[in-house]
Design a protein around this ligand. Structure first.
Ligand SMILES: *Cc1c(COP(=O)(O)O)cnc(C)c1O
Length: 369
């Protein structure tokens, strides 16, 4: 039995009829950019997250850039985030002309360590970007209170946490603005590239709408310098169908995560920590092992696909050397990068497949005797 790390084909089969109908409506209508489907998806997704407004954009990376630019962040400004994340989080800060200040993670949760924020603040700091990594909400309460005390914006990176909740409230509803990605592999994924920014601030929502279309407040007249980053009608129609299934898919991810948690008994494996005041969206099921690469090779030899999120922290990637960080500047982040391993986890995975992964992990022994 082969267990793929990720496979969308079964899900697509299950919702094929609904998707087909939705796509046909768009084709018949003949409008492909910023039409009715986008408007409806924006309303439905904002309501799902409990936020007043959503603005559909072309990707999660653009969502972060538009959020930062909407807040007026650019040259000369600093934004605090973590290096244990998708490169997009840090890239977006650089792309708007600001400087990322990278702080270490809480090693249990893999998200921003709130204790480290204060020391990273300078007079140029404008915002903090907590990343709800792997589906687990960052510890928002202390992050929000420090941000409030120092007058910083909070921009949530929710790309891996659609539907996750912190103290009962969905992620995306806590910060000044939040950024989502609908990359195909995310918990809510399009069949192409897509993203959204959410906010309760109507002025900010309006600026972000201008920014996604060339800064037009009136067609063909740019009042500000904007981007071309629109959510398209086909992706919006697909996302509307998939949003109706998201709660059930996330519940299934949590069921399978619980099967992994009770099944894995290998004492060399560290299981994901789950704070009791969150509902984890389990975008990824990430374990730790001191001989991660050996375990990964072993699972591969048994036909089990795994990935590493992420093998090299952003501050140690060649493109970001110029930020001035070096080895050991973010020790928890660097240690995590060498030990984390993502196991297969998606709603259509069967319990038999999960059992197969568990059995393989439980007999993996680093001691040759
Ligand atoms: C996927 C992802 C992004 C970027 O989203 P794209 O749609 O791929 O541009 C940003 N942040 C995190 C944490 C992500 O996982």
């Amino acid at each position: 039995m082969v267990v793929k790390f990720f496979d969308l084909t079964e899900q697509t089969k299950q919702i094929y009829a609904e998707i087909n109908t939705a796509i046909n409506i768009v084709l018949t209508r003949g409008n492909f950019i910023l039409g009715e489907e986008v408007q409806l998806f924006e309303q439905e997704f904002a309501a799902y997250c409990g936020v007043a407004e959503a603005v559909g954009v072309a990707s999660g990376t653009d969502a972060l850039q538009i959020a930062l630019r909407g807040l007026g962040i650019g040259h000369g400004d600093e934004v605090i985030t973590t290096a244990h994340t998708a490169v997009a989080t840090v890239a977006a800060i650089v792309l708007v002309g600001a400087r990322p200040t990278l702080i270490d993670i809480d090693p249990l949760r893999y998200t921003m360590d709130p204790e480290q924020i204060k020391a990273a603040i300078t007079p140029a700091t404008r915002a903090v970007i907590p990343v709800h990594l792997y589906g687990c909400p960052a510890d928002l309460d202390p992050i929000l209170s420090i941000a409030k005390r120092y007058g910083l914006w909070v921009v949530e990176d929710c790309a891996q946490a659609h539907g996750a909740r912190y103290r009962g409230t969905p992620v995306g509803a806590w910060g000044t603005v939040s950024a989502f990605s609908f990359y195909p592999t995310k918990n809510l994924g399009a069949y192409g590239s897509a993203g959204a920014v959410l906010t309760n601030d109507p002025g900010l929502a309006e600026r972000m709408r201008w920014l996604r279309s060339h800064g037009w407040q009136e067609r063909y007249i740019s009042q500000i310098k904007g981007m071309n980053s629109c959510l398209d009608e086909l992706q919006a129609a697909i996302l509307r169908v998939k949003l109706r299934h998201l709660e059930q898919w996330n519940a299934q991810r949590r069921n399978l995560a619980a099967v992994y948690k009770t099944g894995i008994t290998n004492h060399e494996v560290v299981l994901p920590y789950e704070p009791d005041d969150v509902i984890n969206a389990y975008h990824l099921f990430v374990i730790r092992h001191q001989q991660r690469n050996n375990l990964r090779g072993y699972l591969q030899s048994k036909g089990i696909g795994t990935l590493v999120h992420y093998p090299l922290p952003v501050h140690l990637q060649p493109a970001y050397y110029d930020l001035g960080y070096h080895h050991n500047s973010l020790p928890e982040c660097e240690k995590a990068a060498s030990e984390v391993l993502s196991l297969p986890l998606y709603p259509e995975l069967t319990e038999e497949q999960v059992s197969r992964v568990i059995q393989a992990i439980n007999i993996f022994n680093t001691d040759p005797d």
